[in-house]
Design a protein around this ligand. Structure first.
Ligand SMILES: NC(=O)c1ccc[n+]([C@@H]2O[C@H](COP(=O)([O-])OP(=O)(O)OC[C@H]3O[C@@H](n4cnc5c(N)ncnc54)[C@H](OP(=O)(O)O)[C@@H]3O)[C@@H](O)[C@H]2O)c1
Length: 297
């Protein structure tokens, strides 16, 4: 029978362990602080940052939220970043992407202190990840690695095909899975929009990760028997529901489930893990900056 991997349950377990870490930090007089910076009023971004703030409060961390107008000058954001870099009560923070056109997101990332870059996007942290010395693993790839572990799927020696080569999912995940460490040692193929015969690459894989942003691109006909399928995609498609849409992944769940030995649903798969791993990185940042040992899950 196919194992439908319950991302909510795995994330709940990680959050419970992180609460213990927050208690340990509390005993040392430290409350981990996560700041979110939102420029403008994009509704999806507002939802994401409010969820991140709520997640923080639920496990006893400090949530700090900073909002700037959508027409804020780059210097205004850079001043905010400089303040957060200097604020010792903020152990980690992120600037919610996308930012308005007048702001260069790459420059934003470069200005964030690498020690507080809990998204793991700063060039120094990207370099450390590639070198096998990660300070912060980016949240979604790290969540995928934890889901594989929770489903007892060891990537070692397996062929993994990742569909998507984005900066935040595909590329860092490929780097994590090829590392010579537990949770790595896989042979990784990374596909993208110029890949020829995608189905050939996915059929050859023991583990397929879809991170594309194309509704139900990967279906059962593209998979071999007993594949593990991790669906990172979140796509809104029109539907006869109260909201007028429903969320679907990059994988056609029903046909893929026929072939898969394990598969993540959308919603309820990778999404909750991304949120949990942001808390993980913030607890780790607090532990590093305050020199307090914690047992990270
Ligand atoms: N659940 C979560 O926590 C979470 C977190 C992050 C993202 N997501 C979701 O994951 C999806 C991907 O996000 P992202 O930020 O990684 O996307 P992205 O930056 O838009 O990258 C998409 C990647 O897919 C590739 N691609 C596009 N069409 C393709 C096709 N037909 N065949 C093969 N590859 C194709 C692109 O190739 P090129 O490089 O050639 O353009 C690109 O590498 C989205 O649905 C997003 O909402 C979910």
């Amino acid at each position: 029978m196919t194992n439908v991997i319950d991302g909510n349950a795995v994330a709940d377990g990680i959050r419970a362990d992180l609460e213990d870490c927050v208690d340990t930090l509390g005993d040392a007089g430290v409350t981990p602080g996560l700041a979110t910076v939102l420029v403008g009023d994009d509704p999806a971004s507002e939802t994401y940052v409010s969820m991140k703030q709520r997640d923080c409060e639920e496990i006893g961390m400090n949530g700090i939220h900073v909002e700037l107008d959508g027409d804020a000058a780059p210097d205004e954001l850079y001043d905010t970043i400089a303040d957060l870099n200097d604020d010792s009560s903020v152990h980690g923070y992120l600037v919610q992407d996308p930012v308005p056109d007048q702001i260069d997101y790459r420059e934003v990332i470069r200005r964030i202190s690498p020690a507080k870059d809990v998204d793991g996007f700063h060039p120094e942290n990207v370099g450390r990840l590639v070198a096998g010395d990660a300070r912060f693993k980016p949240c979604t790839p790290h969540g995928v690695q934890k889901l594989l572990d929770a489903a007892d799927v060891d990537p070692e020696g397996k062929d993994v095909t990742i569909v998507g080569r984005s900066r935040i999912v595909g590329k860092p995940l490929a780097n994590l899975l090829v590392q010579k460490t537990d949770g790595g040692n896989a042979t990784v193929t990374v596909c993208h929009s110029r890949t020829e015969d995608l189905a050939d690459k996915t059929r050859r894989a023991d583990i397929v990760v879809a991170a594309v942003g194309a509704p139900e691109l990967v279906d059962g006909s593209m998979l071999s028997d007993d594949t593990t399928v991790i669906d990172v995609g979140v796509n809104r498609v029109d539907a006869d529901t109260e909201k007028g849409y429903e969320l679907v992944g990059d994988v056609e769940f029903d046909s893929a489930k026929e072939k898969a030995s394990a598969i993540t649903p959308v919603p309820g798969g990778v999404g909750p893990m991304t949120r949990a791993m942001l808390l993980y990185n913030t607890v780790k940042a607090a532990s590093q900056q305050e020199d307090v040992d914690v047992s990270l899950p």
